[in-house]
Design a protein around this ligand. Structure first.
Ligand SMILES: Cc1cc2nc3c(=O)[nH]c(=O)nc-3n(C[C@H](O)[C@H](O)[C@H](O)COP(=O)(O)OP(=O)(O)OC[C@H]3O[C@@H](n4cnc5c(N)ncnc54)[C@H](O)[C@@H]3O)c2cc1C
Length: 503
């Protein structure tokens, strides 16, 4: 169900991972990564979209994209900002239940620090909230369940082929004619009557374009691929970095239920078995101008009993070195909780390139975190860490004796001898990983020097070829990308219908 990618080894981050490589999961299933993700429903900041529009992408201001967010959504939460949410769309949005015992103390601690409770998909972008999930009571909701299942058997113009691997876009001159793919060890060609749309995600769409001859000249030359259209494919990847070794121990003890008890509660609809990887609350803060401006850091809480990564999970999921992952043995899953720090607007730029011209070979994913010349990214993360540590001084945290116990294995010497900043920089390089949000590898824009697709997601200088996935996002957004990708797909569907006179 997953491609099983690893990012390129690094010297500046993922230092706690085997071979200094972060694992990089991508869904290999109908519905893509939405089927195996954490289901956080977030639209990012309205100003992110206004920036898309002001940088030359007509039609993408927040005012213009909001109707498409609303169109796909079916909110099932009681209280939300009216005018921002949809109630009739296919995609459910809800909380998971029930609340953990450390949830309310976290809210109160944030309030003491000046944050208010908000609907983060509504009118405010700075504040604290429970996470809104794409969840349909006890079950996941996503691209496959919400959008495809209801129509897959009834649309005569839809045919889905499973286990079919696209290996090339067929180009005649500058026109896309179809796609070559492999299924059950046989090669097939499918011709397009109107156009070809790639939605292989921000890692695989660039790979497919490059092996087909659309990409940076030097990259294609390196692999002896004929250059059919020189475009900066794979060149502007940005991703959100996450630091997750900030662990607190409190007096609150999570109920330690047996499987039978949990099953009984599940059958009664209390949903204790359905917790989205332990994620519960979020806070969006601006570390430079507290209370004002756009968020630069997101905090995510993970309460007991899943609130701390265990050794096995850290090795299997994040690729932690088994020595480094010993740190997780010191945490108690029933009393300890984590607060993750996520960098929302990174300056560092990564890339997707080719290992070879063979489409079966995995692409090369260079995350390149913490590489910006002025160290802004790691410094903003450090400010986020300091914010989290300062929560232990709040009355709400003191009331439950929430004490910081996070151990930054491998950085101890710096704590003894070095500055506070050097210690945390070391910890950030050791324990930061991806939150799996690669974007902008085939980004939208006006100039073919800077971008790959235009504002209708059509590949520059190529006829009848579109890309519609996370890659087209012009610049990384301050939020989780899944909801914006549904929005992009809804909007481009209308563009296509309009173009062919069906809207
Ligand atoms: C573990 C994890 C947790 C995440 N959590 C969240 C979250 O909580 N909230 C959120 O908003 N986002 C989250 N994300 C990110 C989000 O899921 C992705 O950004 C989003 O799914 C990307 O959508 P996409 O359409 O661009 O690509 P994908 O969802 O990756 O879909 C691409 C599809 O194309 C298929 N494909 C690729 N190459 C080929 C080929 N050559 N031939 C045929 N098919 C091909 C793939 O198998 C896949 O089905 C998470 C991602 C991961 C991996």
């Amino acid at each position: 169900m997953d491609w099983g990618y690893y990012a390129k080894p690094s010297k500046t981050f993922c230092q706690g991972m085997v071979n200094k490589q972060c694992s990089f999961p991508r869904g290999k299933v109908l519905g893509g990564s939405a089927v195996s993700n954490v289901m956080v429903y977030h639209r990012a900041s309205p100003l992110d979209y206004d920036f898309w529009a002001s940088s030359g992408n007509d039609g993408w201001s927040y005012k213009e994209v909001l109707p498409y967010f609303i169109k796909s959504e079916r909110i099932q939460i009681d209280e939300y900002d009216h005018g921002y949410h949809g109630t009739n769309g296919p995609l459910r949005v809800n909380y998971t239940a029930p609340h953990s015992t450390v949830s309310e103390p976290f809210f109160r601690a944030c309030e003491e620090k000046g944050l208010k409770r908000i609907d983060y998909n509504g009118k405010d972008t700075l504040g604290v909230s429970r996470v809104q999930f794409n969840i349909n009571f006890n079950k996941r909701d996503n691209s496959a369940h919400a959008f495809l299942d209801p129509i897959i058997d009834i649309r005569s113009n839809l045919r889905v082929l499973l286990n079919a691997f696209a290996i090339k876009v067929l180009l005649k001159g500058s026109t896309a004619e179809g796609v070559e793919f492999v299924k059950d060890c046989k090669r097939y060609i499918v011709k397009a009557r109107k156009e070809v749309i790639l939605s292989s995600g921000s890692i695989n769409s660039p790979q497919l374009l490059m092996v087909s001859g659309i990409g940076p000249r030097e990259e294609l030359n390196k692999h002896k691929i004929e250059v059919k259209n020189e475009l900066p494919v794979g060149r502007h990847m940005k991703d959100h970095t996450m630091f997750f070794n900030l662990v607190f121990r409190s007096n609150e003890v999570a109920p330690n239920k047996t499987l039978r008890e949990n099953l009984e509660r599940y059958i009664k609809g209390e949903t204790p078995l359905t917790n989205a990887l332990g994620v519960e609350n979020v806070a969006f803060i601006n570390t430079k101008t507290p209370g004002k401006g756009l968020p630069d850091i997101e905090l995510i809480t993970s309460p007991p009993p899943l609130g701390v990564a265990n050794k096995l999970q850290s090795i299997l999921f994040f690729n932690f070195d088994s020595d480094v992952s010993k740190v997780f043995d010191g945490y108690n899953p029933l009393t300890d909780f984590s607060i993750y720090v996520v960098l929302l607007n990174p300056k560092s730029i990564g890339s997707v390139t080719l290992q070879s011209k063979n489409p079966i070979d995995f692409p090369v994913i260079d995350l390149n975190y913490f590489s910006d010349p002025n160290n802004e990214d790691i410094e903003t993360m450090y400010q986020g860490v300091k914010y989290v540590l300062s929560l232990s001084k709040t009355r709400a945290f003191r009331d439950i004796n929430a004490t910081f116990i996070g151990h930054q294995l491998g950085c101890e010497d710096l704590k003894k001898n070095g500055s506070e900043r050097e210690y945390w920089y070391c910890a950030l390089r050791q324990f930061s990983t991806t939150i799996f949000h690669p974007m902008s590898t085939t980004r939208m824009g006006r100039s073919p020097k800077e971008s790959v697709v235009d504002s209708k997601c059509l590949v520059h200088r190529t006829k009848n070829l579109r890309v519609v996935d996370a890659g087209v996002i012009p610049n990384i957004i301050r939020g989780h990308p899944n909801a914006p990708i549904y929005m992009i797909a809804e909007k481009i569907s209308d563009e296509i219908k309009k173009y062919y006179g069906e809207l």
